[in-house]
Ligand binder design. Structure first.
Ligand code: NOJ
Length: 535
């Protein structure tokens, strides 16, 4: 029997290199730092690492402002360090996924610098979205940047360029064939260097429509696109249907071409996962049609309430929608753009939800530090570096809290992360959350993750679909229990604040918190906890 491709049900560990491990004492994590901790990564039981960008960049947006996509920024090391990282990962049978950022370049990229020089009407400007001002001097349209403020910036000769993100991130014009040619060169560059896949940043954004047309509610739309702005879900969903710069049909042609490029590396099983925030949810499945990409992120769990109906709906919908295109879902509880799950829903709930998710079909993404149960770092405004914070004059705090460096060892901050001053402060309160201290505690979150991922591999990867059990058949609001069986495992999550009995049979093999007792032939699941039973 042909075995499934490596990525199908892989557990993928996201590393934000700047915050992982600092090898040279400058206060910022780097590639040799990642390489030095690969044994730790391997010990978690994950199959692959995804590295957030480490390319040459002025770092206005955490490296998602790329000035040279085919080189390493000196703050992270050099190309030799990248090769060594890949080689050492492969030696441990860990695959490597690189982040590719096709929606925009940094304004320091040579193409943008050339466009500034070459002036209006030039071929150099056609690689971006340059337009003249309106007659009254205003920008070509009223779109608002996802980081706040206008999405147009004016250059010295009066023209404006489009940037959906920071003004230092000019959007590329994908109608220009030179752009795709350059990205294909970048994809090949990293594949030839050894990477096994790509995470595609803003995969839904490359094609823009109606660039010269105003939107009827640009501020509303910008708010609707932000997870950190609260909004009635019907209003949000209605606005999301009107966005002219995301999820246009043209993006799919690009991914069909890229798929051919990936498949031309016969025997390498190169994969790609799309970061595509699209609405309605069914649209996400278009990115994983057979001739397009391999996975698309499902971000629902980054915001979902810890509630049985909400979670039932998210899981059921993602599994069934993906099935329509013969794909498997992906699951992520945290990433570098969102509040950490332990802060968002609480520590015990975060452990319970992780164990619940690790049983599901598809690929599980784990954001470095999530395995330690890290909360968001507590920061002063003066520490913050996120362009969202800067562009909204501090109104929106931004994403730095999730990006605080990892605590490794010892009793005092910065806990072995660096011998220097970390780029964001690490709170002394994290003393019991270091890798070292969690390794010494069998009840720690770290041990839970390691045990769970081992059991997942042993009993669940490749085990097929899930069957919902008992009360969770319909996932009623406020139900205490949500449970499913898959292969030989029954997974029961108790969402309530008190212990609950359930009928699950089989032998207890793992529980996210507390102890499971037996009463009158039933199992008693502790409050805010998930347990797995083996038939
Ligand atoms: C999504 C990335 O995850 C985020 O960190 C970045 O700011 C935007 N894309 C823009 O590249």
């Amino acid at each position: 029997m042909k075995s499934a491709p490596w990525w199908k049900e892989a557990t993928i560990y996201q590393i934000y290199p700047r915050s992982f491990f600092d090898s040279n004492g400058d206060g910022e994590g780097d590639l040799p730092g990642v390489t030095s901790q690969l044994d730790y990564v391997k010990s978690l039981g994950v199959d692959a690492i995804w590295l957030s960008p480490f390319y040459t960049s002025p770092n206005k947006d955490g490296g998602y402002d790329v000035a040279n996509p085919r080189d390493v920024d000196p703050r992270f090391g050099n190309l030799e360090d990248a090769k060594e990282l890949i080689a050492q990962a492969h030696k441990r049978n860990l695959r490597v996924i690189a982040d590719i950022v096709p929606n925009h370049f940094s304004d320091q990229h040579e193409w943008f610098q050339a466009a500034l020089k070459a002036g209006r009407g030039s071929k150099e400007r056609e690689r971006f979205h340059f337009y003249d001002a309106n007659e009254d001097g205003t920008p070509p349209n009223n779109w608002i940047s996802l980081f706040g403020g206008p999405s147009w910036t004016q250059v010295a000769d009066g023209q404006f360029y489009l940037h959906l993100f920071d003004s230092s991130q000019p959007d590329l014009n994908w109608e220009n064939p030179e752009v795709n040619a350059d990205f294909e060169k970048t994809l090949r560059f990293w594949i030839d260097l050894g990477v096994d896949g790509f995470r595609i940043d803003v995969a839904h954004g490359l094609i823009k429509e109606d660039v010269l047309t105003n939107h009827s509610d640009p501020q509303g739309l910008s708010n609707a696109l932000r997870l950190d702005v609260a909004m009635d879900s019907e209003v949000r969903n209605a606005l999301l249907l009107t966005v002219p710069y995301f999820d246009r049909q043209g993006v799919h042609e690009i991914y069909r071409k890229w798929r051919k490029l990936f498949d031309s590396y016969v025997g390498r099983e190169i994969m790609a996962v799309a970061e595509a925030w699209v609405h309605p949810p069914v649209n996400a499945t278009r990115y994983v049609r057979a001739d397009e990409l391999h996975q698309v992120f499902n971000f629902d769990l980054l915001t979902a309430e810890f509630d049985s109906k909400v979670l039932f709906d998210v899981v059921e919908r993602s599994i069934s929608l993906n099935a329509t295109v013969n794909a498997l879902p992906t699951w992520a509880l945290s990433n570098h753009d969102s509040p950490r799950v332990a802060s968002r829903i609480g520590e015990e709930q975060a452990r319970a939800l992780a164990l619940f998710v690790f049983g599901l079909p598809g690929s599980a993404y784990v954001f470095a530090g999530q395995e330690l149960g890290l909360p968001d770092g507590q920061l002063q405004d003066s520490d913050r570096q996120d362009p969202t914070f800067l562009r909204t004059n501090g109104q929106i705090k931004g994403r730095d809290g999730a990006r605080v460096p990892l605590p490794w060892s010892g009793n005092t901050t910065p806990f072995g992360f660096s011998t220097g001053k970390p780029w964001l402060p690490i709170s002394q309160c994290w003393r019991d959350l270091t890798v070292e201290s969690e390794l010494a505690d069998p009840k720690s979150s770290l041990h839970l993750y390691r045990n769970a991922l081992e059991l997942r591999k042993e009993f669940l990867v490749g085990a097929g679909g899930i069957a919902w059990l008992e009360s969770s058949q319909h996932g009623a609001k406020n139900d205490s229990l949500l449970s499913y069986s898959r292969g030989s495992i029954t997974v029961v999550m108790n969402l309530s604040d008190s212990a609950k009995e359930c009928d699950a049979s089989g032998k207890l093999i793992i529980v996210s918190g507390g102890t499971v007792d037996a009463r009158d032939g039933k199992k008693v699941i502790p409050a805010r906890s998930t347990a797995w039973f083996l038939a």
